[in-house]
Design a binder for this molecule. Structure first.
Ligand code: HEM
Length: 337
C-alpha cells in the first residue's frame, strides 16, 4: 500500500529550478492540435468503448517536450509526450497519454520517487578531453558535452541511479539515446501501462497502446541546434498544408507478461491490432486555454477500458490532479471528487 502523500511528493520532486510554477512541472513546453479519430473495422471486436464504435470522434492532442525546463530547447535529446483527449458521443471525454519511451523508469510509485530524487538536476560539469580518453580506455562512454547555456542536468543522477537499480536501466538507456524528433508527428508514442479492454463479445484482454506516425519516425535534424525553437512552428506549418496521421496500435499481452509493471517490456512478437487512425488538421488559435491550461489525466477512462493493477498508473491519477490544481489548470477531470 503506497504512502497516501506520495502523489504530492512526486509532483514536488519533479519541479526543476528552471521551471515555472504556473506551468506543468514536466512536459512543460507544448502545443495542441485538433482533429478526429476513426476506428478500424475490427476495433470494436476488441474494445467496446465509444470511440471504437462511433464512425468518427473529435480529439484534442497536446504534444510536449518531456523536460520541466520552461525555456524552449527543442533540440535537446529528450522524451516527448502526446496526450490525446477523445470527445465521446455522450459528451464525456477519455484520455490516452503517451510518450516516446516504450518503458517507464520504475515499477512502483516509491521506486519512481527514489529515481526522481536521484535525477534532480545538478550543476552540469563537462568532462575534459583527458577524462573522455580515460573513460574510453576503461570501456566507459564519456559524458556528452553540455548544450550551450545548459548549467543543470538530470543525467548524472539518473545514470548513477541506473548503476544501482537494474529495473531502471532499460528506461534510462533508452532516454539517454532518444535524441530530438524532426517533428512532433514524426515520432512513435507509447502509453506504457497495461490497460484492460472488453470486446463486443465481453472478452477481456490485457493490452498496451502505441501511436505510430504514418509519415514514419524521423529523428534528429542535423541543421538544428539544441537551443532551437522549431517543433511548434513546424507543426503549424505542416498542418496548414496537409493533415498528419497516426495509427493506434494495441498489443495484446499473454500469460506470463508483466501486466502491473511498465518498466518491463513484453516480447516483441505479441499480436498487435490496428485500432484506428488519428488525423490532425488544425492548431487551435487560443493556445493558452486549449493547451497551457488543459488538464489531462491517465485515469480518465470510459466503459470498455479499465486501468490495470499497475501502481504507477494509479498514483498518476492523483499526481496529475494535484499538479493541475497547483499550476491553476482548467479543472482536472478528477477535481470534483
Ligand atoms: C509516477 C509516474 C509519473 C508521475 C508522478 C508523473 C507526473 C506528471 C505530472 C505531475 C504531469 C503534469 C500534469 C499537469 O500539470 O497537468 C505530467 C505530465 C505528463 N506526463 Fe507524467 N508522470 C508519470 C508517469 C508518466 C508516464 C508513464 C507517461 C507516459 C505514458 C507520462 C507522460 C506524461 C505526459 C505526456 C504529460 C504531459 C500531459 C499534457 O500534455 O498535459 N508520465 N506527468
Amino acid at each position: 500500500m503506497s504512502d497516501p502523500g506520495i502523489a504530492e511528493k512526486l509532483v514536488e520532486v519533479l519541479h526543476r529550478p528552471d521551471g515555472d510554477p504556473t506551468m506543468r512541472p514536466v512536459h512543460t513546453i507544448g502545443i495542441s492540435a485538433t482533429g478526429y479519430f476513426k476506428p478500424s473495422p475490427i476495433a470494436r471486436n476488441f474494445c467496446a468503448a465509444d470511440h471504437f464504435n462511433a464512425e468518427k470522434t473529435d480529439v484534442i492532442v497536446r504534444f510536449s517536450n518531456g523536460s520541466g525546463c520552461a525555456i524552449v530547447h527543442d533540440g535537446w535529446s529528450d522524451v516527448r509526450g502526446m496526450a490525446v483527449r477523445f470527445h465521446l458521443s455522450d459528451s464525456t471525454d477519455t484520455d490516452l497519454i503517451a510518450m516516446t519511451l516504450p518503458e517507464f523508469f520504475a515499477p512502483t510509485p516509491e521506486t519512481f520517487l527514489e529515481f526522481a530524487e536521484a535525477a534532480r538536476p545538478k550543476p552540469y560539469e563537462a568532462e575534459t578531453p583527458w577524462q573522455k580518453i580515460l573513460n574510453y580506455l576503461q570501456l566507459m562512454l564519456p559524458k556528452r558535452d553540455p548544450y550551450p547555456g545548459e548549467t543543470i542536468s538530470p543525467d548524472e543522477g539518473a545514470i548513477g541511479f541506473a548503476d544501482n537499480n537494474a529495473y531502471s536501466q532499460l528506461g534510462i538507456l533508452q532516454a539517454a539515446q532518444i535524441g530530438a524528433p524532426t517533428s512532433y508527428v514524426r515520432a512513435a508514442y507509447h502509453a506504457v501501462h497495461t490497460f484492460v479492454v472488453t470486446g463486443s463479445d465481453g472478452t477481456r484482454r490485457w493490452v498496451r497502446f502505441s501511436w505510430q506516425p504514418i509519415a514514419g519516425v524521423l529523428r534528429t535534424d542535423p541543421t538544428k541546434t539544441p537551443d532551437d525553437d522549431y517543433l511548434r512552428a513546424e507543426l503549424r506549418a505542416r498542418l496548414a498544408k496537409e493533415p498528419a496521421r497516426f495509427s493506434l496500435m494495441m498489443t495484446i499481452g499473454e500469460v506470463g507478461d508483466d501486466f502491473g509493471n511498465s518498466s518491463r517490456p513484453w516480447p516483441p512478437h505479441r499480436k498487435r491490432i490496428m485500432m484506428g487512425t488519428l488525423t490532425l488538421n488544425a492548431v487551435p488559435e487560443d493556445q493558452f486555454a486549449q493547451c497551457e491550461k488543459l488538464s489531462f489525466n491517465p485515469g480518465l477512462l470510459t466503459d470498455g477500458i479499465e486501468a490495470s493493477d499497475d501502481p504507477v498508473l494509479k498514483v498518476r491519477i492523483a499526481s496529475y490532479k494535484i499538479s493541475s490544481e497547483w499550476r491553476g489548470g482548467s479543472p482536472c477531470p478528477f477535481s470534483e471528487g
